[in-house]
Write a protein that binds this ligand. Structure first.
Ligand SMILES: C[S@@+](CC[C@H](N)C(=O)[O-])C[C@H]1O[C@@H](n2cnc3c(N)ncnc32)[C@H](O)[C@@H]1O
Length: 158
């Protein structure tokens, strides 16, 4: 399984604890190193790579049964997203599942973050050959009134 933009590895560690083989991709060295320390012994493989092209991971030729992209897509510039979706779809194994969450709300000061619409991501995923299997909306788990989240799930044909 692949956690893209893993941060300090909360989700990667949860998946590893369930017994899955997990690769965590995180481009920010401080977060990656923190995650490696925090989850030492969890068996997570950490990779320094970044969307949209993920050159290191793509060069390995591996395919993943589950790819999670949690709270990451809004950090990609609009022009990067179609390429990023094609890269992710390529990394997904036949029969695999892609899960994304998208943050909607005000952009915090000094953060590289952009507006992203769920419809745009659905269109790009379908153009990359994926099928929508889940779409949900929810409030913010941290209780911020002006922040909402979309949850999207896609499948790749076997
Ligand atoms: C809000 S954090 C979410 C981290 C983690 N997924 C979570 O839910 O806790 C956004 C993460 O996306 C990563 N990120 C930003 N741009 C990225 C890119 N181009 N490719 C991969 N990860 C990226 C950041 O370094 C950061 O770890």
């Amino acid at each position: 399984m692949l956690d893209l933009g893993a941060g300090s590895g909360r989700d990667a560690a949860a998946l590893a604890a369930l017994g899955h083989l997990v690769t965590a991709v995180e481009p920010t060295a401080a977060l990656r190193e923190h995650g490696e320390r925090l989850h030492q012994g969890a068996g997570i493989r950490w990779v320094d790579d970044a969307l949209p092209a993920l050159p290191a991971l793509v060069a390995e030729g591996a395919r993943f049964e589950l790819i999670t992209v949690i709270a990451v897509w809004m950090h990609l510039a609009p022009a990067e997203r179609a390429v990023a979706m094609r890269t992710v779809a390529e990394l997904l194994a036949p029969g695999g599942t892609l899960l994304l969450t998208l943050r909607h709300g005000p952009v915090p000061a000094r953060r590289r973050m952009f507006t992203v619409r769920a419809e745009e991501v659905v269109d790009q995923a379908q153009a990359a050959g994926l099928r929508l299997v889940h779409r949900g909306e929810r409030g913010d788990l941290h209780g911020r009134d002006d922040v909402r989240w979309s949850e999207l799930g896609f499948g790749k044909e076997s």
